[in-house]
Design a protein around this ligand. Structure first.
Ligand SMILES: NC(=O)c1ccc[n+]([C@@H]2O[C@H](COP(=O)([O-])OP(=O)(O)OC[C@H]3O[C@@H](n4cnc5c(N)ncnc54)[C@H](OP(=O)(O)O)[C@@H]3O)[C@@H](O)[C@H]2O)c1
Length: 262
């Protein structure tokens, strides 16, 4: 159990990636504090963890609300005594229509950039203040491949993900001297998640393909000729959050299985 004794907070824990990471952290011995904007999906994850013998607490926390996050971390460190891992897995819903950049209004373009960078900035710095006391901790975020490759019809999503990756580097440059590592994960589309199924179905329809044909096309660009599984992303999150990754900071792990060059 490589996270035995660690205390982790997860934002967006009711989502596909947040939930999978929470289950994997708990299975490796971490005490997990699960937060989300709505309680019900987070509770489902917590119930799974508790029935598997783990420890999980649930709270409604808006990861864009600085005071709410601060209050929650105050509560968490009050009862757990420390914070070792902060994992931000929040995700905006897919846009209802996907417009080309030339037709997108400035507000729709800015929304993902402001949302993802603000939430990561707030949760990271509030975690850093608690972790610095122990000169130990890991701050993590999730991005997506449009951070590094031209991807049509993703609006401000690509710039948002690129900004989050830049923030990972800069947080690390400032925090690593205080014993805090900052590591991102950059998965490609995971077909078993509702978010990707919905958006790939939209792209498939627009290209006159079936969902299966579209997935096969994407899988063909990877070295493995298949797309990632949630469990693989969660497994990497566990490794990066553990002390075995003590040499890893200031970077985002490329989980594209070869479809995106370093
Ligand atoms: N799924 C993939 O294949 C994939 C691949 C690469 C990258 N990613 C990235 O990974 C992230 C998570 O993806 P996902 O598939 O897990 O998304 P998801 O299933 O839609 O989950 C996102 C979660 O974030 C929560 N959330 C949104 N805004 C929040 C806020 N302000 N405060 C607290 N929680 C908030 C949502 O809660 P509510 O529904 O209650 O609002 C939801 O539970 C996204 O940034 C996505 O771009 C996903």
């Amino acid at each position: 159990m490589i996270l035995q004794g660690k205390v982790a907070v997860i934002y967006g824990a009711g989502g596909a990636i947040g939930g999978a990471v929470a289950r994997a952290f708990a299975a490796e011995g971490a005490r997990v504090f699960l937060t989300g904007r709505h309680r019900a999906p987070v509770e489902t994850v917590a119930k799974d963890i508790v029935s598997a013998g783990g420890t999980a607490e649930v709270a409604e926390v808006d990861a864009l609300d600085e005071q709410a996050v601060d209050r929650y971390l105050q509560y968490l460190t009050g009862i757990a005594g420390r914070l070792d891992i902060s994992f931000n897995a929040i995700g905006l819903p897919n846009p209802k229509t996907r417009l080309p950049l030339a037709e997108l209004d400035a507000e729709a373009f800015s929304l993902p950039i402001v949302t993802y960078t603000r939430s990561y900035f707030l949760t990271a710095r509030l975690a850093a203040r608690r972790m610095a006391v122990n000169r130990s901790g890991v701050i993590m975020a999730v991005t997506a491949t449009p951070s590094r490759t031209g991807t049509p019809l993703t609006g401000g999503g690509g710039p948002a993900m690129a900004a989050v990756e830049a923030l990972t580097r800069n947080l690390s440059a400032e925090l690593a001297p205080h014993g805090i590592r900052v590591v991102g994960l950059r998965p490609q589309g995971i077909p078993e998640t509702a978010r990707i199924k919905e958006s790939f179905e939209g792209y498939a329809k627009a290209s006159g393909m079936t969902w299966d044909q579209f997935q096969e096309g994407l899988a063909g660009r990877t070295h493995t000729h298949r797309l990632s599984a949630l469990a693989e992303v969660a497994g990497m999150a566990v490794l990066m959050a553990s002390d075995r990754a003590s040499g890893m900071t200031g970077t985002t792990v490329n989980l594209s299985m070869g479809s995106l060059d370093d």
